[in-house]
Design a protein around this ligand. Sequence first.
Ligand code: FEO
Length: 405
Amino acid sequence: MNQHLKAVKITDKVYWVGAIDWTMRDFHGYETRRGSTYNAYLVIGEKPILIDTVKAQFKDELLTRIASVTDPKRIQYIISNHTEMDHSGCLPELIDLVKPEKVFASVNGVDALNEHFKFNQEILPMKDGDTMQLAGLKFTTLEARMLHWPDSMFTYLVDEKMLFSSDAFGMHLASSERFDDEIDQSVLEYEAAKYYANIILLYSPIVLKTLERISKLGIELKMIAPDHGPVWRKNIKRALELYKKWAEQKPTKKAVVVYDTMWQSTGKMAKAVSDGLTTAGISNKVMKLREDTRADVATELLEAGALIVGSPTLNNNIFPTLADMLTYVKGLRFKNKIAAVFGSYGWSGEANKHLREMLEAMKMPVVGEVQSKYVPSPEVLDQCFALGGQVADKLKEICRNGGAA
Ligand code: FEO
């Protein structure tokens, strides 16, 4: 064990006792350039209470940080907010070691935990809306089904006005800092957006309902403590506003141009489309797959109104990186986006048709397309420029009629 690892004091009663995963670069298919943290929190009441654990291989890091505050065997209660194994991975071993009096999870969490692990102790349900006294402190349970799994719940520590929000409001960001205001704000918001787009977006209707519920219950939030990344203490209002904006998915005057290319023909077309958008006053981002990842594309798309996709025809089909990206984006179920397609071909030229079909299946209406045989001529590049303008006009019209920008 590394005895240098210490808990970090969050409030008089709460310590961060999680683990920092500096080298993690892939979270089930979502590329994570900045690593991550698995946050666990030690709450000191009359007896210690542990909220969540960490990935199995970080168990010693968790135990060492707890031991810097108290003997882990003194923990009386464990609350598991979420079953996914980045938070529950060492729960069975921890229970065997600590032998807590009670272990809690949501109603769905009890089943999910038992379907993952074999426990030598019963897991008890915490019901939605219940407030209970543990070790002299008051905890309220808020079910947060599908944020991120059916078992997910938030736990509100009434005494500290602190919301333990599980995956929600989290981000994959390994850092030595533990609070939002200690981190560069552009990095903070970018990573929060990336996490939202790749993990939470699909459940946006539930996000809106949860935000409304928190507001209606009049829950005062002094801190939001998620299971990944920093604790929000200064920018709470901003975090709530961002979640509302991302969940609403209103179209904006921004387009994302995503392509791959074999001999730079589709690449030249992408640049011409971008020039058309820029000239028409539409902010845009050009992304080449194999340089940018599917997770990067999802992040940029979060606040965009249009997805413009370019692919060469390869073996009568689209380029494999486009198939990967579109399958992923389809699963996230983005709303309120328009689309356009372009691409070069040598002799058969099926790529545009396949792209169109995939985008229409994702409920992204295709407003235009351009195709080039082999290398794009100046006339074809003019058509690509015009395609950018066409998407721009459509976006402006949509935004005039109720978009966000
Ligand atoms: Fe961080 Fe859904 O687990």
